[in-house]
Design a protein around this ligand. Sequence first.
Ligand code: GUN
Length: 285
Amino acid sequence: MAAQLIDGKLVAKTVRTALTAEVMQLKARGIVPGLAAVLVGENPASVIYVRNKRKACAEVGIVSTQRDLPATASQMELLNVIGELNDDPRINGILVQLPLPKGINPDAITDAISPAKDVDGLHPYNTGRLTRGDSLFVPCTPLGCMELLDHYKLPIEGRRAAIIGRSNLVGKPAALLLMHRHATITVCHSRTQGIDAICREADIIVVAMGKAKFLTANMVKPGAVVIDVGINRLPDGSLAGDVDYGPVAERAGWITPVPGGVGPMTIAMLLSNTVVSAKRAHGLL
Ligand code: GUN
């Protein structure tokens, strides 16, 4: 039997509609949520991501600004921009688009963002508190994955989850979020031995490996929930996730497509985090 579709585009739209109403109410009280996007260099994917994020802000009524720095910018120049944004009361969220050019230490940049404006949830204050389950912000992509599971009421408690990929942006926070919801977690990565067997035991598989079509049908337990975080450009120019979609969809119970799965949710959660930040800044949370 073919898997049921986890429609991230649709769920993201639902989230954005609710946020639009919320932002309207905030504006009636004189509160205008603001997001600052910082783009260093001209990585084509990053340019598109930032454009899409700002467009989504405009749709829900969040005011966004953009600071562009050349690829040759120094770490100090970027730190100065972040300092200005930290001090600007109109800005509730600061998003420094990753990856950064060589020569800039991404950890030093993340560390400089005010934890209260860290809508990406990557500052050590927030990652530290995430281990305890009470961070100010949760990274947008794993938060979006959780929203998808919850929207479709897919059970988490007591289930086995395999997470493929151990990045700070996705794998590690996804593991913590699922653990807090009482799943049993295995985090796999490029050096994991026996990854196929681990995946076959899992009721939920989150794939964030960055390798096109990595998860094949023989790695999936019939009926499992498959969340594909990957987005890879194939030689023919088409997009593919980290999941071998066609055959896996024949075997899984639920599956996210690429595009139209996790991607739109990442953006929706960024908007949500920015609204939360604005409310907090005005004592509403
Ligand atoms: N690059 C890829 N994903 C992300 C993300 O969620 N946030 C930021 N800042 N950069 C990214």
